[in-house]
Structures are given as structure tokens and as C-alpha cells.
Design a protein around this ligand. Structure first.
Ligand code: NAD
Ligand code: WQD
Length: 389
């Protein structure tokens, strides 16, 4: 089947990474269906996707937004609501699962909400997928599953730990849930095949497949925005992450950046991260879908994990410097205490994804900063009605 005949359900498709991925999927010839409860996003993100897709010179589509991006304001905890979505779109062939809560600090204050939405929400989604014979899923995991890794750059074989934050633990648990489901589905398939062998009269009927394919994508630090300046990250309230915080300082919404500690065992004393352009990250999901299809076609099922990162680490000071260059002036900062839970260095070894997904982060740090600044400059209040785009 070519991508053009495939429909992908994107949970959390109105969010930061989800919306960029929806655009990339459409550009790659997929059809999409989006589920989001809009708890941390706005429908405006999909309007921007529609606008960009239809603006694109190579696109001849004159579809309305409802035709191009069917949207369901549904909570992933709502099994009946999800079942209705699958029933309304019987052509869904795979799911990309972004929906969930993602603020590390908040997860320590309201852990039950994180376990409920992230873990119970994923279980509810998987149950509904099984009921509707959809057994392919790409899951948004995180570099946080590596805790404080023994070696940099971090390969996928690095130990997965469960001690960082309730948020991080939800990612670890969901990885296990998906692995368990793949294993269980293999056993179910073997039992089914044995049964079929016994039933001679059924031999000519089409064989069913109960096996699952799951790909765990461990994102490093997504940053930047679509190069058009029309789409980007729109955090609710004060941003927790470095780059959206910096960009809000640049636009005057926040006074100054606090750099959380400069006494780490790194060259300049600040933490090192592997910042990855969100458009490259979106492409990683298309690559994962291709990989799942290739595996299924070859009769291979199971759970695979890949790092999505660039392989290059930058310190907080490096990032401030690069963003200052994009903005054209020095942004104010102050060095404060360390933030609990931060580890000195999280840099990916992305070679497995490069090789097996045929995916590589292409965009430079300067592009990431320039694109982020273009988005923030044109949309100082994100997707709220007062923004320009
Ligand atoms: P986001 O908050 O922008 O997107 C998540 C989307 O899920 C939002 O649109 C939100 O409204 C929706 N959502 C939340 N709870 C829901 C529910 N119960 N039912 C339906 N929809 C719900 O976050 P993002 O940055 O785009 O992250 C997407 C995924 O990637 C998340 O799972 C996150 O944990 C993971 N991730 C993000 C980063 C990062 O730095 N942004 C890094 C690693 C992993
Ligand atoms: C980067 C560096 C901070 C803010 C988190 C989650 C991870 C993933 C991505 C998603 C660190 C420093 C930050 C600020 C600062 N999450 N910093 N001042 O912590 O690497 O990863 O987001 O859903 O799971 O753990 O990203 O952008 O918060 O921090 O000095 O105001 O910037 O200490 O060294 P992090 P970050």
C-alpha cells in the first residue's frame, strides 16, 4: 500500500510535536485523523497546518480543514469516545501516540494525574486499537528513560531507569506495556496458527494476524518551529523548557532566563543536551511508520526502540549564545541553583535510527534558533487570537 492510501490516527495531534508531525504526514501522502482533548493545545494549530499544506505550491489540494484533518475532541481516557473514532474511520492503519501530560516538575506535584492520563490513557487506547484490529503504534518516549546514563553518547542499550520523576516513570512503564503487548500478541498468534492447522476446513480462509508492531521513539530535546514562522510551540503559562523560555524572554513576555546551575562537570559548568529540530523530529515519525510497514511486510512483529537526536550536545550557554545570534542581541540571564532532577549530559547516539529508520537530523542549531525566533516574533502570544499569523 502506498502512503496515500493509509490513514494514521494521531493522538495529541494539536500539540507541539503532534501538529508538526500531522503536517509532515500530509506532505508525505498519508491521510490523518486527529484526537486531542485540547488540554494543552488549541485547534488553531490544525488551522495553521491546513493553511501551510494548502499554501504549498506542490499541493493541489483544495480540501476544507474538516476533509483534510478530521478532528475529534476526545480524551484518550474515554474508551467509548475512542471506539467511536475508530468506528468512524475504519481505514485507520496505525496510530502515532503523542497525547499525554509532559511537565516533569508538575508530575511530582500531581503524580496521579500523570499516571492516569499517560498510563491509563495509553492502556485505553491500546484496548480500543485491539478491538478494531489496529496493531501498529509509534509512541513518544523520551531520553529521560535513561536517567543518568553511564556512557555518552547514549545507545538504546543503555539501562532504562525508573527513578527520575513520575513523568519519566510513565514513559518507562508505557515502554514496558508496549513490549508486553507485542510479546503477548506473538503467543496469541502462535495459538491461533496451531488452531488453524487443526481445522482442516478453514485452511483456505484468509489468515488473521494478531501480532503487534510498536516503535518507541526516545526523543532528546525537541526545539525550534516550522520554518514558515506559522507553526511552533505554544506553552500554556510559564514555559518549563529552556528554548521556549528563552524565546519568551526575547519577545518581552519574561524578564530574564534563570540558568539552573553552572557547577556541573561539563566544560562551561552548565548541562549538555541534544537539541533536535521539531521538523526533523516530525520526519522521524514518518520514518518509523515506513519501518513498521517494512517489518510487517517481511512478517516481523515486535517492539523496537530508537533514539531521535542529532548526536551533538550543546550546553545551556551554547544555546543562549546561538539564540542571541538569531535574535541579534544579548538576552538577560542570571545563574541560579541547580534544578532538582537535572543530569549533566544527555546526548544521543542516533546511529541505530540513522541506519534502521533511514533517518537523520538534518537541520543545524542556527536554523533551529532562527526558526524558533521567526515563530515567536510573529506570534508573541502563540496561537491566541491576538497573534499575527
Ligand atoms: P504537547 O503538550 O504540546 O502535546 C500533547 C497533546 O496531547 C496536547 O495537544 C494535549 O492537549 C493532548 N492531550 C493531553 N492529554 C490528553 C488526553 N487525556 N486525551 C487527549 N489528548 C490529550 O506536548 P509535545 O511537546 O507535543 O509532546 C508530545 C509527546 O511527546 C508527549 O507524549 C511528550 O511526553 C513526548 N515528549 C515530548 C518532549 C518535549 O520536549 N516536547 C520530549 C520527549 C517526549
Ligand atoms: C534543558 C537544560 C536545564 C530551563 C525535559 C524533560 C524531557 C523532555 C524534554 C518532555 C537543562 C536548563 C532549562 C530554564 C535552564 N520532556 N534550563 N533554565 O530538562 O533536558 O528535558 O524536557 O516532554 O523528558 O526532562 O529540558 O529544556 O527543561 O532543560 O537553565 O529555564 O536547560 O537545567 O540543563 P530537559 P529543558
Amino acid at each position: 500500500m502506498s502512503p496515500s492510501s493509509k490513514t494514521i490516527l494521531v493522538t495529541g495531534g494539536c500539540g507541539y510535536i503532534g501538529s508538526h508531525t500531522v503536517l509532515r504526514l500530509l506532505e508525505s501522502g498519508y491521510k490523518v485523523v486527529v484526537v486531542d482533548n485540547l488540554s494543552n493545545s488549541s485547534y488553531e494549530a490544525l488551522r495553521r497546518v491546513h493553511k501551510l499544506y494548502t499554501l504549498n505550491a506542490s499541493s493541489t489540494s483544495s480540501s476544507t480543514i474538516e476533509q483534510l484533518i478530521p478532528f475529534h475532541q476526545t480524551d484518550i481516557l474515554d474508551r467509548q469516545g475512542l471506539a467511536k473514532v475508530f468506528a468512524a474511520h475504519p481505514d485507520i492503519s496505525a496510530v502515532i501516540h503523542f497525547a499525554g501530560l509532559k511537565a516533569v516538575g508538575e508530575s511530582g506535584r500531581i503524580p496521579l494525574d500523570y499516571y492516569n492520563v499517560n498510563i491509563s490513557g495509553t492502556v485505553s487506547l491500546l484496548q480500543v486499537m485491539e478491538e478494531h484490529n489496529v496493531r501498529k503504534i509509534v509512541f513518544s518516549s523520551s531520553a529521560t528513560v535513561y536517567g543518568e546514563p553511564p556512557h555518552i553518547p547514549i545507545p538504546e542499550t543503555s539501562p532504562i531507569v525508573a527513578s527520575m520523576s513520575p513523568y519519566g516513570r510513565t514513559k518507562v512503564f508505557i515502554e514496558h506495556i508496549l513490549k508486553d503487548q507485542c510479546v503477548a500478541s506473538k503467543v496469541k498468534q502462535q495459538q491461533y496458527l496451531k488452531e488453524q492447522e487443526r481445522k482442516e476446513h478453514d485452511q483456505d480462509t484468509k489468515r488473521k494476524n494478531y501480532e503487534w508492531n510498536a516503535i518507541l521513539l526516545r526523543y532528546f530535546n525537541p526545539a525550534g518551529a516550522h520554518p514558515s514562522g506559522i507553526m511552533g510551540e505554544d506553552p500554556q503559562g510559564i514555559p518549563n523548557n529552556l528554548m521556549p523560555f528563552l524565546s519568551q524572554v526575547a519577545v518581552g513576555n519574561l524578564e530574564k532566563l534563570s540558568i539552573f546551575g553552572k557547577d556541573y562537570p561539563t566544560e562551561d559548568g552548565t548541562c549538555i543536551r541534544d537539541y533536535l529540530h521539531v521538523v526533523d523530529l516530525a520526519q522521524g515519525h514518518v520514518a518509523a511508520l515506513n519501518k513498521m510497514d517494512a517489518e510487517a511486510t517481511a512478517g516481523n512483529y515486535g517492539c523496537l526502540a530508537y533514539n531521535l537526536g542529532t548526536g551533538t550536545g550543546y550546553s545551556v550557554f551554547d544555546m543562549v549564545k546561538a539564540f542571541n545570534k538569531a535574535v541579534g542581541r544579548d538576552l538577560p540571564y542570571v545563574v541560579t541553583d541547580r534544578r532538582p532532577g537535572d543530569v549533566p549530559n544527555l546526548t544521543a547516539d542516533p546511529r541505530l535510527a540513522n541506519k534502521e529508520l533511514n533517518w537523520k537530523a538534518e537541520k543545524t542549531l542556527d536554523e533551529m534558533c532562527a526558526d524558533l525566533w521567526r515563530w515567536q516574533r510573529h506570534n508573541p502570544h502563540g496561537y491566541s487570537p491576538s497573534s499575527e499569523a
